[in-house]
Write a protein that binds this ligand. Structure first.
Ligand SMILES: [Zn+2]
Length: 431
């Protein structure tokens, strides 16, 4: 099958391309890209998509989603999660291992990959757990899980509290060239907290999770990354001190990467005055100073990727007392509109940097660039998205494709409509 996308503005940060272009796809990969591609003899008889001057981008890559399958399919399935992904412009997702049971075995990895193949929407890369049962005590068989298709290892949802276990995980995965993804939270400091510890939690009388709970673990794991030479990837970083340490670690050439979520660059702990569990997640919404540090880290290159931490929950999980409600919010459909409005339109970063944080940045971080993801050079996978920068979306139940609707952005009107999403040259979203 040959597909020609013509009359587009192509923005591909992996090649510093921003300008008029056409894209020719054959057998699922990019056959030609640039100006004058229409005249390529291979374009004769191709199926044609007229982009109408709209923005064509490499497909977005999310390093952090929770698709809840196996075990909690009332919240999300691999199929519904994948539909939410492609609706949001994501053509590849990396799925966390805290399913029920957790993904600490080849059997679960294979089951996940089979369900993703059946859904046939986005590319799906499972993570395995760092420890058996994610119990923090005994390492999983990294080599076997890598061979089965795991892309990285994480006990996300929980930290690895035992430093000796984390040291071995970084060491062994260093040899395997695999990232260890850390959910950084000292659970003794975090205790029973369910929002950021600060002036708002004090005023509300709510138990807080201090910034130090994250920062103490970031400090420890950067030290272990240096000691072992392993690749430490820090998930959903949220505090000023964390970014300061990552920036310093990167300057010293350590293999440390990090991601931030849209909800952490959009909102602060002030929202907790609503007592609405749609604003409860872990790490929690932080202070204004932390949010400023996130924006600075996005702009100065400290952050490698924007990741959603898409964490669907049913109404039953959320419609309870704030202290008892589940942590987490969905984010696949709102990630690009929030990035566009809050980072690009408010001039925190350029559009090219924003796209980098959603495409080539995450691809490099998990080595997906080696599989032809994250950019649209000749020979790359034909994963792309067509976007209307001016087209508005309203966050309501019909807009959200996820099985769950636990978003803090209900009712928001944002720019950045996804007109179509293609994976391997096949249209998976849009008309
Ligand atoms: Zn986490």
């Amino acid at each position: 099958m040959v597909l020609l996308v013509k009359n587009a503005r192509l923005l591909d940060p992996s090649r510093n391309w921003d300008g008029a272009a056409s894209l020719l796809v054959a057998d699922g990969v990019v056959a030609a890209v640039g100006e004058g591609v229409e005249k390529d003899p291979r374009a004769q008889g191709a199926e044609v998509v007229d982009a109408g001057g709209k923005l064509l981008l490499p497909g977005f890559i999310d390093l952090h989603v929770h698709f809840r399958e196996p075990g909690q399919t009332a919240k999300e399935t691999i199929e519904t999660g994948s539909r939410a992904a492609v609706a949001g412009g994501f053509t590849a997702v990396c799925a966390m291992a805290n399913t029920k049971p957790v993904n600490d075995s080849v059997a679960i990895t294979e089951l996940m990959l089979a369900r993703a193949r059946k859904a046939a929407l986005c590319r799906y890369y499972p993570l395995g757990t760092v420890t058996k049962g994610a119990a923090g005590e005994e390492l999983t068989d990294f080599g076997t899980l890598k061979a089965a298709g795991c892309i990285a290892f994480s006990d996300d949802g929980w930290p690895v509290m035992n430093a000796a276990i984390m040291r071995r995980a970084l060491e062994y995965n260093g040899w395997l060239d695999m990232p260890v993804v850390a959910h950084e939270e000292d659970t003794n400091l975090g205790a029973k907290g369910y929002m950021h510890e600060g002036c708002v939690s004090a005023a509300l009388g709510c138990l807080g999770i201090p910034a130090a709970a994250e920062e103490a673990m970031v400090a420890r794991d950067i030290i272990l990354a240096e000691h072992t030479g392993g690749h430490l990837h820090l998930a959903h970083l949220s505090t000023k001190g964390s970014f300061r340490m990552v920036k310093e670690a990167k300057q010293r050439g350590l293999k440390v990467t990090c991601e931030v979520t849209p909800h952490h660059f959009a909102l602060t702990h002030k929202e907790m005055r609503r007592f609405d569990s749609d604003f409860k997640m872990n790490p929690p919404l932080r202070s204004e100073g932390d949010l400023e540090a996130i924006l600075e880290a996005l702009a100065d290159g400290t952050v490698d990727a924007i990741a959603t931490d898409h964490a669907p929950h049913t109404l039953d999980d959320k419609e309870v007392e704030l202290s008892l409600a589940a942590f987490g919010v969905i984010g696949l459909e709102t990630a690009f509109p929030l990035t566009l409005e809050l980072l690009v339109n408010r001039k925190v970063i350029t559009l090219a940097r924003a796209v980098e944080l959603l495409t080539s940045g995450p691809a490099r971080t998990f080595h997906l660039d080696r599989q032809g993801l994250g950019g649209l050079a000749v020979g790359a996978q034909a994963d792309f998205v067509l976007v209307d920068l001016e087209g508005k979306v309203t966050v309501d139940r019909a807009f959200v494709q996820s099985k769950s609707y636990n978003t803090p952005f209900k009712g928001w009107s944002l720019p950045g409509r996804i007109l179509g999403t293609w994976v391997g040259g096949k249209r998976v979203w849009g008309e």
